[in-house]
Design a protein around this ligand. Structure first.
Ligand code: ZN
Length: 390
């Protein structure tokens, strides 16, 4: 136990552990909680009472008995709190909502071009209200709204410091909150998608680098080990920590140089990964339609096959670099990640050939959430904050 940890903190910690345990199962009982968490029966009883009066846990009948008195079944009141995630891109807006179950209850994507004027913020607020009422979400139960953006976000100040895609500098969350009547938090889109991946891959206790291959290339660094909670490693998601860097610019893998003096990147440097592996590079071959590119590739389009092989060989350089730096699992996400499944073995093969430590390329895998991962992660961020406060 940490020096200075007092009984009040221990109580809060135990209450949180009990809630998370109940929340991880469809139903459980007080004896089960006591045994699983090694907390005394009377303490569990007190905590369960508190959670029931807070309205987040309820009795749902009796559990099947293996002899003796039947135990009361307990479960989370899933709909006690809700959170909504919004993903803002240059041409679209995505919406997702979740509750305490942390499942994506509904997702939507609307074509909407970004423009930096009051009218745009107002329209997003109206679309949000429409989304809320169409899905019957009780407003008083909304914990908050997470807003994922393609840019650098200073999480302490809740400020978008820079976005190349949206051509913005220093836009505070206040701009959103003056139109949206719920607590809002800004998040980098790749960080938000990595939160989603964390929840999907809960069973895999592995350090993870998330490489987002969208219209720009970005990523996130997630440590599985709770003991790494030192300075610079912020935000706890379900027992994992995301490394944010000293200036909130960690995981900008898109600007890792893979070919010195190579192609010019939008950042002005030459040879950045972004210049080779952004989704735009493939989509532009089909007038901006990435799906059409992959459809033709699948149908055996010869020219696209060559382009794709080159893409994979460039991606393998980045994947190998990340493996050398972090020695963790690498998850491919973003727009291209969603189409990567049939080609992952080929990528693994190329990447394995570069690994000086030998072994195969199994450490690279495809993201598990294929739809609205950033919006979903932004919603999860808000619900996780609530769960942490229980
Ligand atoms: Zn660059």
């Amino acid at each position: 136990m940490r020096r200075g940890t007092n009984s009040l903190e221990v109580k809060k910690l135990n209450r949180n552990r009990v809630f998370r345990y109940v929340n991880s199962l469809s139903e459980t009982s007080m004896p089960d909680i006591s045994a699983a968490l090694d907390i005394s029966g009377p303490t569990v009883l007190t905590i369960v009472k508190e959670l029931k009066s807070a309205g987040v846990v309820e009795e749902v009948g009796e559990l099947e008995s293996t002899g003796g008195r039947k135990a009361k079944a307990l479960a989370t009141v899933w709909n006690a709190r809700y959170a909504i995630g919004i993903d803002i891109t240059k041409n679209h807006v995505g919406f997702v909502y979740t509750d305490l179950s942390r499942k994506a209850m509904k997702h939507e994507r609307i074509r909407k071009t970004f423009f930096y004027e009051e009218q745009y913020f107002q329209e997003i607020a109206e679309l949000l209200e429409d989304f809320i009422s169409r899905n019957g979400i009780p407003k008083e139960k909304i914990e908050g709204v997470g807003i994922a953006l393609p840019g650098i976000v200073d999480r302490e100040k809740n400020l978008l410091t820079y976005s190349h895609m949206l051509d913005l500098h220093d836009v505070s969350c206040e701009r959103w909150m003056s139109h949206i009547p719920y607590p809002c938090e800004l998040l980098n889109d790749a960080n938000a998608a990595a939160i989603t991946e964390n929840i999907f891959s809960r069973s895999i206790r592995s350090n993870m680098v998330y490489l987002s291959l969208s219209n720009s290339v970005g990523g996130a660094i997630v440590f599985a080990d709770e003991m790494l909670s030192n300075d610079g490693i912020q935000d706890n998601y379900d027992g994992r920590f995301m490394y944010m860097g000293n200036n909130w610019r960690s995981g900008e893998f898109g600007h890792m140089v893979i070919h010195p003096d190579g192609e010019t990147c939008y950042c002005g440097k030459k040879g950045c990964l972004d210049a080779y592996c952004s989704a735009l590079r493939l989509a532009k071959l089909e007038g901006g339609n990435l799906k059409a590119f992959f459809k033709k590739l699948e149908e055996g389009h010869e020219e696209y096959r060559k382009i794709w092989e080159k893409y994979l060989s460039n991606l393998a350089i980045a994947v190998d670099n990340l493996r050398m730096c972090f020695d963790g699992g690498i998850v491919l996400g973003g727009y291209v990640g969603n189409y990567m499944e049939p080609y992952i073995e080929r990528l693994r093969e190329i990447a394995a050939g570069k690994n000086i430590f030998g072994g195969g390329g199994e450490y690279v895998r495809v993201c598990q959430c294929r739809e609205e991962a950033s919006a979903y992660g932004a919603a999860l961020y808000q619900i996780e904050r609530y769960i942490s406060s229980i």
